[in-house]
Design a protein. Structure first.
Length: 650
């Protein structure tokens, strides 16, 4: 190649490099912008049949939008009213939502399809907001609405997703014999709106519909009912709307006229009825020394157990639960304990197909989970290990035993080493006791540097076979010593307790606060007031006397207050019964937290009529939190801020 050609080639190569660099530089400096994000929610263009159409006789509906859409959790959020026994088919198809009702249309009926906030655009997820489509098979559209809140009757928690329905039939039997007429579902705040309601009188119900038949058919279904009927109506009203320029600045505040639908403050308190149908759930011999028998509900009488391969007349110590729904049969005789299979007849009361209690007898077996032979081998291994340990101790000249000690009866203390003056010591035996020597129990109190005997009372706890209570005059700031001699307790298998020594300290008065609650706005004389911690759990409970409830020995901290009308005087909240036309016992919450400080005596006033039930429970202890509302993401405003330009929202 000549020098001239080589020079031309070098020039061409350099020009190419410069061209590529220039293009690359231009690409970096002039990178094209993708434009603003789409923040506009979907908009309905038209529907077939038209929204609000009358005289409709088709079960297929198409709703057309101005962009591609999707449905979020349609099975839960979309509610068709009147309720459909056969689930309708609801799906998206590009820019359409297609609905096909499977049930036959009812004549002269307004149908509503409440999409809630399920409709969003396909790309950016912009929510359309609460959208309801309606049509009528008759000559007019019913447009009235009723709304309110469903709360758990026991703790005023909002109930999410429970069905709410109306009946125009005001009889007490409608709820158990007919499907609901108009329905809705509660949102995460427990709020509901029933739309498409015709003028008239109705009764409102809530139902955790387990079988999808839109009526109360199972006692396990949570429900709420109102004794009073409601009459929907509406009237003109105005509301104040705030228009925001961005997330921080208000553009304007306007007053907008609208139609206000009433009633909008219905409160339904939902409960689950006590299970009264009685069936045998299971029997088990989880531990070789006892047989457990479990029923779905209690009974006034205990079952009768007759042994088939053993004599049951004196074979057991019976430990029933409070309502006789769980019964433990402790085997007295070690020969029966060692028997792998016990055969017996059990005669008990059970519910028949008509709902009545009848006597029934079953032939059953109680088989030990671990066979006797295997248990003996395991015991022999333990004995051999103990012997080896003792031989090693003997060779080393250390203390040793020649007889393997018997495992002592392990008496457990259910209270700690620190006591409140209004509490007592609880002791529990792992098995039923045959003997308890109260003379072997000693309680001493320390005054200055000397220990003195203290008086006490020790006795079984009523209804608790294996629990005992030791009561004393526990004086604040005083130390105590509880000393129990060896063999003070002996169980039905001959095991005796080891000596016990427990140091107790009663907190001084300066550690505590006291709280007095003066109650107004309630004339109920059966009120029980509960002091709650931050988990909504009961710390203390007292019965209100003369419109006042006093809590003593309160540890410093933040508390809340709840009260219930103890109509039957049993000291605990009781659920309702629809068939007995009985509501659950009424619960109320004090709307604020209560701060208790050491050495402080606090008095507060509580007006129970000050707020409706759905606005009483403090947010800090409300477990059912509202879902985050769908909204426009404001991505364009954020982007404009990054670029240093003003975003007008266009």
């Amino acid at each position: 190649m000549t020098a001239r050609r080589r020079l031309a080639a070098l020039i061409a190569s350099a020009a190419a490099v410069l061209l590529v660099a220039a293009v690359s530089s231009c690409a970096r400096m002039g990178q094209p912008d993708g434009g603003w994000y789409d923040e506009t929610p979907p908009r309905v263009l038209h529907a077939t049949p038209a929204d609000g159409a009358t005289g409709v006789n088709t079960q297929k509906i198409s709703i057309h939008f101005d962009e591609y859409v999707k449905l979020d959790d349609a099975a839960t959020k979309v509610v068709v009213s009147p309720p459909q026994i056969e689930m309708p088919e609801i799906r998206t198809a590009g820019k359409e939502i297609k609905v096909e009702l499977k049930d036959s249309l009812k004549p002269g009926m307004t149908y509503t399809i409440d999409f809630s906030d399920a409709v969003t655009d396909n790309n950016e997820g912009n929510p359309m907001g609460n959208y309801t489509y309606s049509f009528s098979t008759g000559g007019q559209i019913d447009t009235l609405e009723v709304s309110g809140t469903v709360l758990d009757a026991s703790n005023l928690e909002p109930i999410k997703g429970i069905l709410v329905g109306l009946y125009s039939d005001l009889s007490d039997t409608a709820f158990t014999t007919k499907p609901m007429l108009r329905v809705s579902r509660t949102d995460s705040r427990g709020r509901f709106i029933v739309r498409g309601v015709a003028p008239g009188a109705y009764r409102a119900y809530a139902l955790q519909d387990m079988d999808g038949n839109y009526l109360y058919s199972q006692k396990s279904e949570m429900l709420a009912f109102s004794h009073d009927s409601i009459v929907p109506w509406c009237g003109p009203d105005t509301r104040q709307d705030t228009v925001w320029r961005d997330s921080l600045r208000i553009d304007s505040i306007t007053r907008t006229p609208y139609i206000h639908f009433y009633p909008d403050d219905i409160v339904l308190r939902a409960f689950t009825a006590m299970q009264t149908d009685r069936y045998l759930l299971k029997t088990e011999r989880k531990d070789v020394d006892r047989i457990g028998i479990y029923f779905t509900s209690g009974s006034d009488t205990l079952p009768t157990l007759r042994g088939l391969n053993f004599d049951a007349s004196t074979a057991f110590v019976v430990e029933p639960s409070e309502h006789n729904d769980t019964i433990v049969y402790w085997l007295r005789d070690t020969a029966l304990v060692n028997k792998d299979t016990l055969e017996y007849e059990l005669t008990y009361m059970t519910t028949d197909t008509t709902g009545l209690l009848v006597e029934r007898t079953d032939t059953l077996q109680a088989m030990a989970r671990v066979p006797y032979e295997k248990r003996m081998k395991e015991l022999e291994k333990q004995r051999e290990k103990w012997q080896k340990d003792m031989e090693k101790a003997k060779e080393k000249g250390e203390p040793y035993d020649s007889v393997m000690p018997v495992e002592p009866l392990d008496i457990r203390m259910k209270s700690g080493n620190t006591l409140d003056p209004d509490k007592n010591v609880i002791l529990e035996s792992p098995s039923p006791l045959a003997r308890c020597d109260t003379a072997a129990i000693h309680l001493y109190s320390k005054i200055d540097t000397l220990w003195y005997r203290s008086r006490f009372e020790f006795k079984p706890i009523e209804g608790k076979l294996r629990q005992y209570i030791l009561r004393a005059e526990w004086r604040p700031g005083v130390e105590y010593s509880l000393e129990i001699d060896s063999a003070a307790f002996e169980d039905i298998y001959g095991r005796v307790s080891a000596p016990i020594k427990l140091g107790l300290k009663v907190r001084p008065m300066d550690d505590y606060s006291s709280l007095t609650v003066n109650i107004t706005g309630c004339n109920d004389t059966t009120l029980v007031v509960q002091l709650l911690n931050g988990s909504d759990a009961v710390v203390k409970q007292v019965k209100a006397e003369g419109g006042s409830a006093a809590f003593f020995y309160v540890m410093p901290g933040t508390y809340y207050l709840r009260a219930f009308a103890d109509s039957n005087g049993n000291g605990k909240w009781d659920t309702g019964d629809f068939y007995a036309n009985r509501q659950a016992e009424t619960v109320s919450y004090y709307t604020k937290e209560v701060e208790c400080k050491a050495k402080w005596d606090i008095t507060i006033g509580w007006n129970m009529a000050g707020r409706p039930a759905d606005k009483q429970k403090p947010a800090d202890i409300t477990k059912q939190k509202p879902d985050k509302e769908k909204g426009r993401s404001n991505r364009n405003a954020n982007r404009a801020k990054e670029l240093g330009i003003e975003y007008t929202g266009q």
